[in-house]
Ligand binder design. Structure first.
Ligand SMILES: NC(=O)c1ccc[n+]([C@@H]2O[C@H](COP(=O)([O-])OP(=O)(O)OC[C@H]3O[C@@H](n4cnc5c(N)ncnc54)[C@H](OP(=O)(O)O)[C@@H]3O)[C@@H](O)[C@H]2O)c1
Length: 358
């Protein structure tokens, strides 16, 4: 029998639409053996939820015969037909929304950053454990088949020899003329700044491409950071981090909103060559190339699946739930806590405190 999740989508916005696209494409392609049904769209406005369903082309055909209901957030938490919730709202709302979803008896995947700090994250993981419900941060990057394959070449086949160094940047130029100060990227009340929005990805790459262990078992490392807070908005738009693992491997990481970052956005260097990752959006590692120092034929990969890339984390969640697991092995709770803890430290050193933390 097919594994099936009945989804409640919380927040009828940008990223929720991209997530839903992948669920519907999965149902159309029928390749995975997993069914994802959008049962409910929870929004501050039912009219907005309806427009969301229309704009994202949810039909009886691609949604397996189901027309979603348009609900308030509270109605979604209480909806007995929903067994999995996807949270796609700005960061400061994640804590209360994950909590309410778990209290409603739902399994949950919540957009990155999971919460605004590690204290909040710990409280949610404690609750998921108590409720025996699945919970995961939606760091989709970790679940791409491209990453699994790249790590096989790097760690099992060791094709570029000993890896010593990673350089990774995720920056994009925000138009400060047209982006209002109330936008979630700028507003300190909405968790604004680069570290929580895109810094999480450069940290993720330093974790998944320089260490073959996760969570509690991770290879020990130290982090140093330099942060420039914007004089107008008071959040970080220019942040640099250095990682040094105790085996000597290092990462040079940067993120920001003042300038566009480079392509390729990653260069991972070993003694016999290097790997480059490129993608218009560095969060989705859809394309990479391994180049060899001795001139051997490069190895190249491109994800041409048609998915945005959210389906990989959604399918991983479905498989975990079907197997009775409440935590995912690729992104266990301790790994989210580790990443959140790094961002806590970077912000603390820079004096970036969100109002919710005061
Ligand atoms: N995985 C990725 O690559 C990726 C990419 C972009 C964003 N994200 C993450 O996804 C989350 C949402 O980002 P987004 O770009 O989708 O945001 P968005 O479009 O600005 O907002 C998403 C939804 O959140 C609710 N919302 C927005 N502003 C709010 C406010 N001030 N108060 C209360 N609710 C508000 C609204 O839902 P309703 O009006 O429908 O209730 C809105 O439709 C963020 O945490 C972000 O980090 C992840």
């Amino acid at each position: 029998m097919a594994i099936k999740l009945n989804w409640g989508i919380l927040g009828a916005g940008n990223i929720s639409g991209q997530f839903v696209h992948d669920l519907l494409l999965n149902n159309t392609l029928k390749e995975s053996g997993i069914e994802h049904v959008v049962v409910s769209i929870g929004s501050s406005s039912k009219a907005k939820a309806k427009v969301f369903a229309e704009e994202n082309k949810i039909t009886l055909e691609n949604n397996l015969g189901v027309t979603p209901v348009f609900e308030s957030y509270d109605e979604l938490y209480a909806n007995p037909n929903v067994n999995a919730v996807y949270i796609g709202t700005p960061h400061p709302y994640h804590k209360e929304q994950v909590e309410a979803s778990l209290k409603g008896g739902k399994h949950v995947i919540c957009e990155k950053p999971f919460t605004i700090n590690s204290k909040e994250a710990q409280e949610l993981f404690d609750l998921a454990k108590k409720k025996n419900l699945f919970l995961m941060e939606a760091v989709w990057t970790r679940f791409f088949p491209s990453i699994k394959l790249l790590r096989k070449y790097l760690y099992e086949d060791k094709v570029i020899g000993d890896i010593h160094r990673l350089k990774c940047d995720f920056s994009f130029k925000v138009d400060f003329e047209t982006t209002p100060t109330t936008h979630r990227l700028r507003d300190i009340k909405l968790g604004g700044g680069a570290i929580l929005d895109v810094g999480i990805y450069v940290i993720t790459y330093a974790r998944i491409l320089l260490d073959d262990k996760v969570g509690k078992n991770h290879t020990p490392f130290e982090v140093k950071s330099l942060v420039t807070l914007d004089p107008v908005d008071g959040v970080d738009y220019n942040t640099n981090l250095l990682f040094k693992y105790n085996n000597g491997k290092q990462a040079v990481l940067s993120c920001g909103f003042y300038v566009d970052g480079p392509q390729p956005f990653i260069r991972l260097e070993g003694t016999k060559g290097y790997a480059n990752l490129s993608s218009p959006n560095p969060a989705c590692p859809k394309q990479w190339k391994i180049t060899f120092a001795d001139g051997s034929k490069p190895i190249e990969y491109e994800d041409k699946s048609g998915y945005n890339g959210f389906i990989y984390e959604a399918n991983a969640m479905a498989e975990d739930i079907a197997a009775g697991r409440i935590e995912n092995a690729i992104l266990p709770w301790d790994e989210t806590l580790l990443t959140m803890g790094i961002m806590d430290d970077v912000r603390k050193e820079a004096g970036l405190v969100y109002p919710q933390e005061k």
